[in-house]
Write a protein that binds this ligand. Sequence first.
Ligand code: MN
Ligand code: MN
Length: 468
Amino acid sequence: MSNMKEELKKEYKNVWNTYTEEDKRALFAYGERYRQFISKNKTERECVRDMILQAEKAGYKNIETLIENNTAVGAGDKVYANYNDKTLVLFCVGEKPITEGMNLLGAHLDSPRLDLKPNPLYEDTDFAMLKTHYYGGVKKYQWVSMPLAIHGTVAKKDGSVVNLSIGEDPMDPVVGISDLLIHLASEQMQKKLSEAIKGEDLNICLGSIPLEGEEKEKVKANILKLLFEKYGMIEEDFVSAEIEIVPAGPARDYGLDRSMIIGYGQDDRVCAYASLEAQLEVENPVRTTATILVDKEEIGSVGASGMHSRFFENMVAELMNLCGCYSSLNLKRAMSRSKMLSSDVTAGYDPNHPTVLEKNNAAYFGKGVVFMKYTGSRGKSGSNEANAEYVAELRRIMAEENVTWQTAELGRIDLGGGGTIAYILAEYGMDVIDCGVPVHSMHAPWEITSKADLYEMRKAYVAFLKNA
Ligand code: MN
Ligand code: MN
């Protein structure tokens, strides 16, 4: 009877004490690979380029080359498709025909940040400054008085492209946005958090040395001279540049026990990186596997590189064509019979902010990967709700593969809410569920995750790709 009682109850337990020494070695090794990835790659373009290098090492071939040479593709073959270094799709062709459906992992590569305005450079009282326009949901007050780095791509009129990364090497200079001194801040301190620092206040300081011999805007002239000497860049090039201002410096181990990671852009590179590793690890799958890593989630999944774009569907069509099974109807069948884990981070229960979550339905650090049957706001508005039978299937797979999972809502009812890319893929009629890991300080310049959850998420992805 006592065993029976155990089986009747579901307790979501902290996973740390269940690990063997070997588990712990694998867990910390994975945490370190991930920490280095997010330290090195802070824009969607940097992520895609690094991921392609890893995929090619694992035997993935560019679909463009395969299309050009009309190469036949079959079971076990590995293919990737890159859209402008912003969206990346990886396929591993299964034994079963693609028309029977694929096992999909999806996550996003874009993160909240400060972009530059198209005409950003100006001079004010002997400072060269840059105007920014924030991207995604940011609390603006978090971005002042901290070291910032400049990452991006400058496309020039002659067709050449220059990549910038300034502020990551410890010997590099950094830039930043000054805050008001507390001594003169009595007016500012009375304002609401949302109004104390405004969008137009987020101006980057670039330098303060005047160029000798110039008549006016001498400091700006000096910065332009530096940019030209180092990158061959002129002021008009800012118009065709994608430059992102992000927190400077590497992600770090967090906590004296090194159980967590603090780093920029963990929403949603924490899921994107785990998806990549799982996709590369699972070879010769039964069903075709695919990992979809998209841009623009933070601003509504819009545009050619966002999940709403036809890119993924088009690439499935191309893959089916190379496999000799493309038809419009077969494509629809492949999409509707697919199953997906749509991965994105969720709010982790935080002892500093206990009231925003409902304790029985909150995600906790150290309790494993989180499955969320639905997201959305108010009365589940905007939610993709996963089918009960699909959730049951995932429970079975996770139990068989010994994956520790938990379940949660994003937060207390009526406090806010959010969405992911799940509902967009669900439009094809496929099974989709939200999953991810809990995060503290989500969307802050430095976000925090638990290495145990990262490890369980990676295990969950491998189990899903092999067994769904
Ligand atoms: Mn996200
Ligand atoms: Mn987000």
